[in-house]
Write a protein that binds this ligand. Structure first.
Ligand SMILES: C[S@@+](CC[C@H](N)C(=O)[O-])C[C@H]1O[C@@H](n2cnc3c(N)ncnc32)[C@H](O)[C@@H]1O
Length: 266
């Protein structure tokens, strides 16, 4: 499975959302987690290690990136998206906060310009890029609204923002397949949706990551207020490779794991 999608059986711990004192604690936890688990991410999810990325995520992003110009991959990890964009002829910039991701990204090469920085304070000039990608990042960013406003600032007019995320409706904390032995059916349970929560989830053996859940409307309204226009809204059926690993759920292909949105700056 992808590390980042809710699944039955995973461990979840809720952390109260306290926008005052607790805010910086979530933020520093996220920084520490990604320094600690960078190698786990690089080994399990990048450069062909994960079928969901190879079959679905990367092709989707490449399909909606512009053909030329500059792109920034925000929360780039080891830069797998930026490397592909550079190979396709774009000027690719990777912005990432975790030093352990950047070091491996630099080693892996591919003509990417690396900048250490935060999504909420991009180290880029106003109107300097044609596209920005947030791939499985926004759910780890506490101040997601600041990140979207920053993207709107650095995009040129006509530029686009590509967001790929865990489906915020169907993958809320507490969601998962239920085998109902009384009704003799399987169905998908959706966890509490309207409540903004922060959870720490065990996504691999001894790997604990912080996720922020907020309703879909929060993302759409912030993007609209930042002057971005929604131009694509794609809820792909889970990738064939993932479905092949999930034969126990007969309707697994009817519940999207991911949401992909493209916004344009007019
Ligand atoms: C799930 S990984 C995704 C990596 C990459 N986008 C990919 O798809 O391969 C999330 C990454 O976002 C980074 N990240 C989290 N919060 C960030 C922030 N506020 N600014 C920049 N990077 C951040 C983490 O360090 C981590 O490398």
């Amino acid at each position: 499975m992808s590390c980042c999608v809710a699944d039955t059986g995973k461990q979840e711990k809720s952390v109260p959302n306290d926008p005052g004192a607790a805010a910086s604690e979530h933020e520093s936890n996220t920084i520490a987690e990604w320094e600690m688990y960078s190698e786990w991410w690089q080994d399990g999810f990048t450069d062909g290690a994960d079928t969901e990325y190879s079959e679905q995520i990367l092709p989707l992003i490449m399909k909606y990136l512009p053909l030329r110009g500059a792109m920034v991959d925000i929360g780039a990890g080891d830069g797998q998206v930026a490397r592909l964009a550079a190979a396709a002829g774009l000027h690719a910039i990777a912005v990432e906060r975790a030093r352990n991701q950047i070091d491996v990204g630099v080693e892996r090469g591919g003509g990417v310009l690396w900048l250490q920085g935060s999504a909420t304070e991009l180290p880029l000039a106003d109107a300097s890029v044609d596209a920005a990608v947030l791939c499985l990042v926004i759910e780890h960013i506490e101040r997601f609204d600041a990140a979207i406003v920053e993207v709107a600032r650095v995009l040129r007019p006509g530029g686009r923002l590509l967001i790929l995320m865990n489906h915020p409706i169907l993958q809320t904390p507490g969601s998962g397949w239920i085998d109902d032995h009384i009704l003799e059916e399987q169905y998908w349970r959706v966890g509490p949706y309207l409540v903004e929560t922060t959870t720490v989830e065990e996504v691999g053996h001894d790997v604990f990551l912080t996720f922020h859940h907020r309703p879909l409307g929060s993302y759409l309204n912030v993007a609209a207020e930042a002057g971005l226009t929604l131009t694509r809204f794609i809820e792909p059926s889970p990738a064939p490779g993932f479905l092949a690993e999930t034969p126990e759920y007969t309707e697994a292909d009817t519940i999207p794991r991911l949401l992909f949105m493209v916004h344009s700056k007019p």
